[in-house]
Design a protein around this ligand. Structure first.
Ligand SMILES: Cc1cc2nc3c(=O)[nH]c(=O)nc-3n(C[C@H](O)[C@H](O)[C@H](O)COP(=O)(O)O)c2cc1C
Length: 405
């Protein structure tokens, strides 16, 4: 895997936005003669960008994606308080490192739902990867297969599940599902992904309606005509009287979804069910009582209810309630290896990242996602060692300075 991490900029212009060809988003194919991830310096010289941390990818994506695409990925609901707090909450947490514990050998491997992954960071489901990179979810799937971690494919993918599996047949993959008014639509998707070897269903429960994302409304966000929600090809009735919302008719989701739909899902599939979007101990207890196999503590990256808690702040009460009966994961605001360490110390079995993946795609497609994952892996390994942990089993709550919370 190519990597230019850690290199010092050799030219003061390096951190400036590139000009000309390089400014075009790489959504329609690679541009001849242009190597993505390079900057065009004054005088037409190209230089590699130094990508050291995940926010470098964020800056690159912001500079190179169209405004509407950037705004769509970055969006939070309403005033974005919860979106922003997802990140700030990690910064409030302080660690209690242990020393002199021989950290010369470290092991970041763990398991999720019985499957071994190389480190406890997976890919959260995010929609429309072809907006960031012409190969879209196929590139994401290849990167996660190479790094051996889990990829939760969004229903709202711009490549079909069949294309994704053909591109990366070996990667551990879960499928994210919504419940639609037309239950047959959900049912057919479940049958397809089960037949394709997806290993779990991730039922997203925090979208009875789509949150109000102001910039998407201002930009009148729409998928460009050459892209579509590929998984629904030929499955949706087109009614011109119903406006489109994020690539599907606005009334497709079922706001009457309730706990009985978990039983319904169990009746049509043998796959483990993971509920994504739980933020309280009450709902965590109900999830266990309804026989699901996992919970993702999540506020949808702050894109749904503004004013809800940062997901990391909701984690501990859920872990305490669940008491190890099912696996608990968390997503939202994870940007560094020490964020991963903090989430695991507070009881998450694994974390998931959303926006950093589309930033990686915008940077260099498959290679960009690999770099994002590799940087997080390296940082996590370093944070583990600097806090005296040799493997993930040694990460526990003693690492957290609770007096500061
Ligand atoms: C652009 C974008 C699209 C998303 N699409 C979906 C989706 O299709 N299904 C879903 O369950 N969650 C979706 N999410 C939420 C993510 O799965 C995840 O909860 C969130 O991005 C985590 O926060 P982070 O972006 O700070 O890592 C989306 C998030 C973003 C930013």
């Amino acid at each position: 895997m190519s990597s230019n991490r850690g290199r010092k900029p050799e030219h003061p212009e390096r951190t400036r936005a590139c000009a000309g060809r390089a400014c075009k988003p790489h959504t329609d194919g690679p541009h001849p003669g242009f190597e993505p991830g390079t900057l065009l310096l004054e005088g037409g010289q190209c230089a590699d960008m130094a990508m050291v941390c995940l926010t470098d990818f964020e800056e690159y994506a912001k500079e190179h994606l169209s405004k509407a695409t950037w705004d769509y990925y970055a969006a939070g609901a309403d005033e974005c308080c919860t979106r922003d707090d997802n990140l700030l909450a990690y910064k409030r947490i302080r660690l209690r490192p242990r020393i002199l514990r021989d950290v010369s050998v470290s092991d970041t491997r763990t398991t999720v739902q019985g499957t071994e992954i190389s480190f406890p960071v997976g890919i959260a489901p995010t929609a429309f990867h072809c907006l960031a990179w012409y190969e879209g979810e196929v590139a994401t799937a290849r990167a996660t297969e190479a790094l051996n971690t889990v990829y939760i494919t969004s229903t709202y993918s711009t490549c079909s599940v069949e294309e994704i599996v053909a591109a990366a047949p070996g990667g551990p993959r879960w499928f994210q599902l919504y419940v639609y008014r037309d239950r047959q639509l959900s049912e057919q998707l479940v049958q397809r992904v089960e037949a394709l070897g997806y290993r779990a269903l991730v039922l997203t429960v925090d979208v009875p309606y789509t949150g109000k994302r102001r910039n998407d409304i201002r930009n009148q966000f729409k998928l460009p005509p050459h892209l579509k929600v590929k998984n629904f090809d030929g499955m949706l009735q087109q009614d011109n009287a119903v406006p489109e919302e994020y690539g599907v008719p606005a009334n497709t989701l079922d706001p009457s979804i309730s706990w009985k739909d978990v039983y319904w899902l169990q009746s049509i599939s043998r796959l483990p069910i993971i509920i994504k979007g739980i933020l309280t101990k009450e709902d965590a207890e109900l999830a266990v009582e309804h026989g699901v196999q996992g919970i993702i503590v999540s506020n949808h990256g702050g894109r749904q209810l503004d004013g809800g808690p940062a997901s990391i702040d909701a984690l501990a009460e859920i872990v305490d309630t669940v008491q190890g009966r099912i696996e608990v994961y968390v997503d939202g605001g994870i940007r560094t290896g020490s964020d991963v360490l903090k989430a695991l110390a507070l009881g998450a079995k694994c974390v998931f990242i959303g926006r950093p993946v589309v930033w990686g795609l915008a940077y260099k497609g498959e290679e960009g996602v690999k770099e994002v994952l590799q940087i997080l892996n390296d940082e996590f390994r370093l944070s583990m060692a600097l806090s005296g942990c040799r493997n993930v089993a040694e990460i526990n709550r003693n690492l957290i300075q609770f007096s500061r919370l």
